[in-house]
Ligand binder design. Structure first.
Ligand code: NDP
Length: 274
């Protein structure tokens, strides 16, 4: 039997509608600034998706498009000015290495991407703070599709700072209560870990990393990967997984729209505190 698809696009639309209702009661629209350095085509398309979502929700988004010869002090001073005038700031990644330290100039309350060390530290401590959008979106997707992770054996493949690692922290927090295993490129016998998962989350960035033989029958599989191929975007999970999984997120239309919805949610939360 084929897995039920978890429709991230539809769930993201539900969240956007809830946010739109909140924004309509605010005196002024939330303000979000997106900084882009250079012309990376993937960044441009992600910013387009964020701008469209902001428009639907009623968030005022300003796109600051800087050239690749921007200096660290130039970027820092723009962030400094924005810190006191907007509710949320994101710097679209990837960013040239030499500019990366400027990211820490974003005030933690304005860090709607949830990447600032202060916000990641709060996550480790189990305190409230801005949560990184992709991990928060995955957890929201599980809840809203009727898959409470409490007591579940969750296996995450990929330990990056923007997806796998913070996701493992959110899922293992008191109150969420999943039992989490975090795998990576040095995990020996990845299959044996994946095969035990009630919920298998794959964030690697390489097609066919997880095949049907690695999945427990009936498992919930969340495919985070976005890999451009000649035949369009594909995830990290091979196409035969849908024959064995109970539920599966599609690529595109699974985690991607949830990431954008969580960015909108963080921005609205920040505006309601300001
Ligand atoms: P990174 O490259 O930062 O991290 C990849 C992780 O996968 C690393 O921890 C790496 O291990 C691990 N890994 C690599 N190869 C293997 C393997 N063969 N077996 C097990 N683990 C492996 O990637 P990101 O976390 O930034 O992104 C992952 C994917 O998710 C990408 O396709 C990206 O485009 C997508 N993505 C999608 C988003 C969305 O909104 N839909 C948002 C963010 C990312 P090690 O640490 O040992 O090197």
């Amino acid at each position: 039997m084929s897995a039920r698809l978890i429709d991230g696009k539809k769930i993201a639309e539900e969240i956007e509608n809830e946010l739109k209702a909140k924004v309509s009661k605010m005196d002024t629209p939330p303000k979000l600034s997106v900084i882009q350095v250079g012309d990376d085509p993937a960044s441009t398309s992600y910013i387009k998706a964020k701008s469209s979502a902001a428009k639907r929700v009623g968030i005022e988004l300003t796109h600051h498009h800087l050239s690749t010869d921007t200096t660290e002090s130039g970027l820092s001073s723009l962030i400094g000015r924005l810190n006191s005038s907007v509710d949320g700031i994101i710097v679209q990644l990837p960013l040239p290495k030499r500019l990366e330290s400027a990211l820490n100039e974003i005030e933690p309350e304005n860090d709607v991407d949830g990447f600032h060390p202060a916000n990641l530290g709060r996550l480790v401590q189990g305190k409230s703070g801005m949560k990184p959008c992709t991990p928060a979106g995955i957890v929201e997707l599980l809840y809203r599709s009727g898959n409470d992770p409490k007591g579940k054996n969750v296996v995450i493949v990929g330990r990056s700072t923007i997806v796998g690692k913070p996701l493992s922290l959110i899922l293992s927090q008191k109150g969420v209560d999943a039992t989490v295993t975090l795998c990576h490129s040095r995990t020996s016998n990845l299959q044996s870990f994946c095969k035990e998962a009630d919920v298998l989350i794959v964030a690697v960035g390489s097609p066919d990393t997880v095949t049907a033989a690695m999945v427990k029958p009936g498992a919930i599989v969340v495919d985070v990967g976005v890999n451009p191929t000649d035949s369009g975007l594909v995830g990290d999970v091979s196409s035969d997984v849908k024959e064995i999984a109970g539920q599966l997120t599609p690529v595109p239309g699974g985690v991607g729209p949830m990431t954008v919805a969580m960015l909108m949610s963080n921005t609205v939360d920040s505006a309601s505190k300001n």
